[in-house]
Design a protein around this ligand. Structure first.
Ligand code: UD1
Length: 367
């Protein structure tokens, strides 16, 4: 079976790495080509992850870069169509919910190529999120839908998707976490800043709903500055967040090199350093999707700065709680963590490091 595996943006790389490894273990059955759309292109948003995860270099890089949603999606479709015609794969594998996921799915399906979606069925029910539109459109088109939990499988059934297309396999991102955990433990990043395990918080922030509106963004920063009076906050900043902060004149909150108001700003970190940071944090504040799952497995309290989540299992079984993006809600959640008033958690079913193997077994059994 000839497969094109697609990656595009940072959260794709750690999902695809174990799938490539599992396909390599079945060389008798799979020949695969890795296509990078180039949606993310900075060294720290892309290449650093290939190095940390030991992933092969992409065979083909479409070098699409940034743009409006339509521009980015359209450019990927044009270039990916050319690649599909040239490579003539039997199957395309896409992961996650970024623009590259949707663009490559639509393109392949229109050429009559089968497509598998890894991390299918997640729903936030929030149509103002570009990712929710990508998830819905991708799932309706894909032939094989690999889900991380039973709730995601149920979402697909409720949308009328036939049982035969749905495969509950577990979480490939957790495969990667488990494989790299010991290595990440040995990093020395936090010590080099004079911080100690359990005595700081980690923050990530990049959703348009949090950083595109100056009032909302400022409110979040004020709440963070308040939390940081008790607990230093380490903030690896996403390029779009840095761009918005500069545009809104929030320089007073940010300074590279030395902390401002106990907030330690860094460039985006590689996979191992970031895992090291999170596994040792007292708590994590985030609007990311994947980090809600990683903190659940690490057993670290996660305060999600959103009103909804496409990953409700992390709230039901894990250490995640939704706090929204109002300063009082964020402060209240942080205080509860600090006084020990937070739920513990357990690891969801099949988040056991073997999801990619299950996916590859299922694909190998296809007619
Ligand atoms: C994308 C995904 C989002 C994911 C996030 C993780 C979509 C719709 N969004 O959002 O689901 O959570 O990645 O990072 O696919 N930029 C750089 N360097 C880069 C990449 C981006 O400077 O390597 C800057 C550019 O100014 C760009 C902006 O970030 O305009 C936004 O990048 P884009 O890829 O459009 O979306 P993200 O916000 O990163």
């Amino acid at each position: 079976m000839k497969v094109i595996n697609v990656v595009g943006a940072r959260p794709n790389f750690m999902k695809m790495a174990p799938i490539i490894e599992a396909m390599d273990a079945r060389r008798d059955h799979f020949r695969h080509v890795l296509v990078h759309t180039g949606q993310h292109y900075d060294e720290r948003m892309s290449r650093a992850f290939f190095d940390d995860l030991g992933m092969p270099k992409p065979d083909i890089d479409l070098e699409i870069g940034s743009g409006s949603h339509a521009e980015q999606t359209g450019k990927i479709m044009i270039e990916f169509e050319r690649v599909c015609r040239q490579e003539a794969p039997d199957l395309v594998v896409v992961v996650g919910d970024v623009n590259s996921t949707l663009a490559c799915t639509v393109t392949a399906k229109k050429l009559g190529i089968r497509v598998a979606h890894v991390e299918a069925g997640l729903r936030s029910r929030d149509m103002s999120m570009p990712e929710e539109i990508n998830r819905l459109c991708t799932d309706v088109l894909c032939d094989y839908l690999f889900t991380t939990d039973a709730l995601a499988s149920e979402n697909l059934r409720n949308e009328g998707i036939a049982e035969g297309r749905i495969h509950f396999v577990g979480n490939v991102m957790i495969d990667t976490l488990m494989k790299h955990r010991a290595l990440a433990e040995r990093r020395e990043l936090i010590g080099s800043w004079g911080l100690r395990p359990g005595e700081y918080a980690t923050l990530t922030l990049h959703r348009p709903s949090n950083v595109d509106d100056p009032q909302v963004f400022r409110g979040i920063l004020d709440a963070l500055a308040e939390i940081a009076r008790d607990l230093p906050i380490v903030f690896p900043i996403h390029p779009r967040t840095r761009k918005m902060a500069q545009e809104f004149g929030f320089a007073g909150y940010f300074s590279d090199g030395s902390p401002v108001r106990n907030i330690w700003l860094t460039e985006p970190l590689g996979y191992l350093d970031f895992l090291h940071l999170n596994m040792n944090a007292r708590l994590v504040l985030t609007d990311s999707g994947g980090l809600q799952e990683e903190t659940t497995v690490l057993g670290v309290p996660c305060i999600t700065l959103r009103h909804n989540t496409e990953r409700p299992i992390t709230c039901m079984q894990g250490t995640n709680q939704l706090a929204g993006n109002q300063p009082s809600e964020i402060l209240d959640a942080a205080k509860r963590v600090l006084r020990g008033d937070w739920q513990g958690g357990r690891i969801p079913e099949k988040w056991d490091g073997r999801a990619a193997e299950r996916i590859v077994e299922a694909l190998a059994a296809l007619p």
